[in-house]
Design a protein around this ligand. Structure first.
Ligand code: ADP
Length: 153
C-alpha cells in the first residue's frame, strides 16, 4: 500500500495525529473496589486494563489482567482484598496526554512493555499536580486506529 501515491504522506499524518482524536473510553475503578469487582468489570467492559482512582477521581494506579490473575491463584479473599493492594501505583504509571501524538503513545506502549496507557490531564490541587483520567490508549486502540486508517490509504 505504501506504493500508492500519497500513502507515505498519509502515514506521516496518522503518526502525527493527536491522542484526543484517537483515544478510547477509559474504564476506572476506585482503589477501595475489591479484586472480585475489578475482575467482573474487566469482563463487563471488555477491557484488559483498569485504571484506579481515589475518591476524588484522581489516578492512583493501574491494574492489569495478570495482576488480577496472580492474586487469584493465591490464598487471598478476592471479595475483600482491595485492588489498591495489587495495582501498579503512581508515580510509576506511564501516561499519555490528549495533545501527545499517536507516535509518542505508540512508542510508550512498546518501550515500557505495557498494554494500555491512561490518557490524563493535569490538575493543581492544594499545590500538588494530580492526574484526571479522560481516556484510554491501548494496544487494541492502536490496532483499530491502524486498521481503519490504513484501509483508507
Ligand atoms: P499483563 O500484566 O496482563 O500482561 P501489562 O503488560 O499491561 O498487562 O502489564 C504488565 C505490568 O505493568 C502489570 O503489573 C501492570 O500493573 C503494569 N502496567 C500496566 N499498564 C501500565 C502503565 N500504563 N504504567 C505503569 N505500569 C503499567
Amino acid at each position: 500500500f505504501v506504493k500508492e501515491p500519497g500513502a507515505v504522506g498519509k502515514l506521516e499524518k496518522l503518526l502525527e495525529m493527536k491522542i484526543e482524536d484517537l483515544q478510547s473510553h477509559p474504564v476506572v475503578v476506585q482503589e477501595s473496589s475489591s479484586v472480585y469487582n475489578a475482575i467482573v468489570t474487566l469482563f463487563l467492559e471488555d477491557v484488559g486494563t483498569l485504571f484506579v482512582s481515589d475518591k476524588e477521581g484522581y489516578l492512583v494506579g493501574v491494574v492489569s489482567r495478570k495482576d488480577l490473575l496472580k492474586v487469584t491463584i493465591g490464598e487471598a479473599d478476592i471479595q475483600k482484598l482491595p485492588v489498591s493492594v495489587v495495582m501498579s501505583r503512581m508515580p510509576n504509571i506511564i501516561v499519555t496526554k490528549p495533545e501527545e501524538t499517536f507516535y509518542t503513545a505508540l512508542r510508550k506502549l512498546v518501550d515500557y512493555k505495557v498494554d494500555a496507557l491512561p490518557v490524563v490531564v493535569e490538575e493543581e490541587v492544594n499545590g500538588q499536580t494530580r492526574l484526571k483520567v479522560v481516556g484510554r490508549f491501548s494496544k487494541t486502540t492502536l490496532a483499530n486506529v491502524l486498521a481503519s486508517h490504513l484501509s483508507e490509504l
